[in-house]
Design a protein around this ligand. Sequence first.
Ligand code: 5AD
Ligand code: SF4
Length: 436
Amino acid sequence: MAGRKVYIETYGCQMNEYDTELVYGILKEHGISKADRLEEADIILVNSCSVREGADNRAISRASQLTHLKRKRSGLVIGIIGCVAQRDKGKLLEKYRGIDLVLGPDSYRKLPEILKNMNGSPVVKTEAKRSELYDDITPFRQTSVSAYVSIMRGCDKFCSFCIVPYVRGRERSRSPQSVIEEVRKAVDSGYREIVLLGQNVNSYRYERVDFPQLLLMVSDIEGVERIRFTSPHPQDVDERLLEVMKERDNVCKHIHLPLQSGSTRILKLMNRNYTREEYLELVEKIKEYMPEGAITTDIIVGFPSEREEDFLDTVDVMDRVRFDSAFMFKYSPRPGTKAAKMEDDVPETEKDRRLRVVIEKQKEHTLYRNKQLVGKIEKILIESKGKKEEHEVRGRTDTNKLVVVKGIDCKVGEFVQVKIVDAAGVTLFGELIETS
Ligand code: 5AD
Ligand code: SF4
């Protein structure tokens, strides 16, 4: 098997990106290295996402398109892994000819053995394995300045619109020791920013250690200059978490707090376990603890039975909070979820209109929040160099905002102090003050 090369295309969330790193890590241990380009690969895997219809379709049509390459390259293996694989299992093979492999998120460990024994007939492995945490696997990192570290897998919340609990299984947390060990390794190999990942990070619990305690432990590790985490559920944010975020310099003052809807009636149908008032109270608390912090969110428009008044409640929450940024989606029914049994009664054109309204609203708020930073000094972590201009760099503030700095020459991965001089849309512009 040694000498073969694998190429993975990833769709969806950061957890999927992390899983791709795990799969590269698992295969590397068995002598299968990463192909830099698709053309060099003997094995091509599509790591699919099923959270919304768009990503779902994109991943699968890409995989079926790739099967055409088999005509020119004999022995080429094409596989679908990740959430769509888990959901659709063997059906994918019936629908799309030429797929050799369907592998769910709990089965990646089996991949080397499966590849070794492939005999021309397709393989499907999608058993849910409650205990699988991959905590002994060293991910082969694909990011440059910030390292993803998963702290828990799965989700027990069962929001009615969401497929995640069905494809990623029950919640289980990694031991603090194994998280810390992985963070240490990432720091040793040069990463200064750590992103703790979980479908529901603040449901983390391992014996007596909960999420605020784990955050403290990671924050104590020498060399960790920034810690981010995504995503928490509003229901599980308590003051101890806010306390840790406030007190620790290396914990970023940014919280991604999915709202989904601003209507209590819709939130109930979504099984979100909070009301609009509770969400707004929580935002006030966060602002008390971190007045300069950033709050970002996810919003769904057009959930079954969402009336104009419910939609206006969402817009109203946006106006009250003024989020720094938001991911906004049209509701799409996910087969197998509770909401999929409700009538998808908001017409597509109306969903489109509502989406346009929230996007416009968010643009105003992002600009408003960004303009508040003009004149301020910010420490940014450089993450890329300008594509067109040689002396242009891009970096992120503690609050995860992108800053473009012109006329400086510094390395990716470096921290620099800049003064924010302008804000245009989602982008801030800065001038160098000093290099730390
Ligand atoms: N339709 C639209 N958006 C969805 N999301 C999850 N499921 C759906 C769905 N069925 C959104 C939620 C979630 C984000 C990751 O994707 O806003 O927070
Ligand atoms: Fe899906 Fe809700 Fe779990 Fe998030 S908390 S992964 S939206 S079920």
